[in-house]
Ligand binder design. Structure first.
Ligand SMILES: *Cc1c(COP(=O)(O)O)cnc(C)c1O
Length: 413
């Protein structure tokens, strides 16, 4: 029976705790070292590293992929992201912290497919994660790994969801979270962060300004900064989306994946998972074109892509948007985002606020699913790409709904 069906089964979900401990014994991490994404220098896995001090570029985790037991080994494991434990950086099972993240549904969108004339269309619905977004994957991994390395205090600039996730996982391990968010962030994010015991600071401006304020409060570096891609392990959590998509599609990867891009960890992570799976022989080819979507009022990646550049420029005065997660004027991992788009033969496009709202409304009626604004941007982009011919009716396409709509209610009223 495919595991995704099991993942809907509440009894199975609670039962997993009892036999998880037995299973984890056979799931030793194959993590070997960190590598600079620019200069390829290696960094020791037992020490604490953020990014490459020479290149100021992200570090990526590498594994002894040759030693993996094979894709069938994971088949009967519990439905959370630790089912891929060999390919994750946490070495000791006691630090595999879980609040039930991952194992989200990949829903076949029959109505929308029919409506738009495409044969095979899916939605990976990440709104089902703890704290309501896929940030739980990345932050859960970063907090688990940092806890293993002995770190007890964290900080993050956030558009909302990353803060909620950090507050949750810090509460789970008894660590301290310092969260900096733009004033315009919906109040529910501050509320849930505070309920989970985090220290929240609201900052005038964008997430970039929140990051600057955070750095000013952390000059002595006492807090571990888990800004997107400034530490290496959020990427490892996010890459599990790529493993799940492959597993749920029975190891035949899709032709197009459309992703709402802020800091870019999900886009880069899914692509990283695909490369690892190819190297291990879990998939035989990677047809997937990776598509980055941003908003028209803050589109640094789209601008760089259109100009054929390998790095983006800071987007000055980013417009406010209902898609808070996409208001990132300069992603630390912009080179990796652009490389992923180019290497995969993908593209990048932006969406207006009106297109986003219309997309959320149309999709809700068609599918009975309330998309987050970021998910709405993805659906709007899908329709545009179908119109332009980038997507053809025979393509197998996966849309990513990165978060739950319900936390954004005040933006949508
Ligand atoms: C953070 C976030 C994004 C952007 O994700 P990145 O991995 O930073 O590109 C998109 N959608 C939602 C709902 C988010 O919370």
């Amino acid at each position: 029976m495919p595991w995704i069906i099991l993942s809907f089964n509440a009894e199975f979900r609670s039962a997993r705790l009892s036999f998880a401990n037995i299973l984890y014994d056979y799931m030793k991490s194959l993590y070997t070292h960190l590598e600079c994404s620019q200069c390829s220098q290696h960094f020791d896995k037992y020490q604490i590293h953020s990014y490459c001090p020479q290149c100021t570029q992200p570090l990526v985790a590498r594994y002894d992929l040759q030693s993996h037991p094979g894709r069938n080994a994971i088949q009967n494991r519990p439905p959370n992201l630790w089912r891929y434990a060999e390919l994750l950086p946490v070495l000791s099972p006691e630090f595999q912290i879980t609040l039930g993240e991952g194992a989200t549904p990949l829903l076949r969108l029959k109505n929308t497919a029919k409506h738009t004339g495409i044969h095979q269309l899916w939605l990976k619905d990440e709104g089902n994660n703890p704290t309501g977004s896929f940030k739980a994957r990345g932050i859960g991994m970063a907090v688990s790994k940092a806890t293993e390395l002995g770190i007890r205090e964290f900080c993050i600039p956030t558009a909302g969801n990353a803060g909620s996730a950090l507050a949750a996982y810090c509460a789970a391990v008894g660590a301290q979270a310092n969260i900096y968010m733009p004033e315009v962030t919906p109040e529910v994010f501050r509320l849930d962060c505070e309920i989970m015991g985090a220290n929240v600071v609201k900052v005038k401006g964008s997430i970039r300004d929140a990051g600057l304020k955070m750095n000013a409060d952390n000059t002595d570096g006492k807090w571990w900064d888990i800004t997107t891609l400034k530490e290496p392990f959020r990427l490892e959590g996010k890459k599990t989306m790529g493993y799940e998509i492959a597993e749920q599609m029975e190891w035949e990867l899709p032709d197009v994946i459309i992703y709402p891009t802020g800091g870019g960890t999900g886009l880069i992570g899914i692509w990283k998972a695909f490369q690892e799976m190819l190297e291990m022989g879990w998939v035989s080819k990677i047809p997937a074109k990776m598509v980055a979507v941003q908003t028209a009022g803050c589109n640094p990646i789209i601008r760089a892509f259109k100009a054929g550049q390998d790095v983006s420029e800071v987007y000055e005065n980013p417009a406010e948007t209902i898609a808070n997660g996409l208001r990132v004027p300069k992603a630390f991992g912009d080179k990796l985002i652009l490389k992923t788009i180019y290497d995969s033969g993908g593209t990048a496009l932006d969406i207006t606020e009106e297109e986003m709202l219309n997309a959320i409304n149309d999709f809700g009626r068609q599918e009975g699913i309330f998309l987050s604004p970021e998910g709405g941007a993805v659906y709007a982009a899908f329709k545009k790409l179908l119109e332009s011919g980038f997507i053809e009716p025979y393509h197998r396409v996966v849309l990513i709904n990165t978060g739950s709509a319900y936390k954004y209610a005040e933006n949508l009223i």
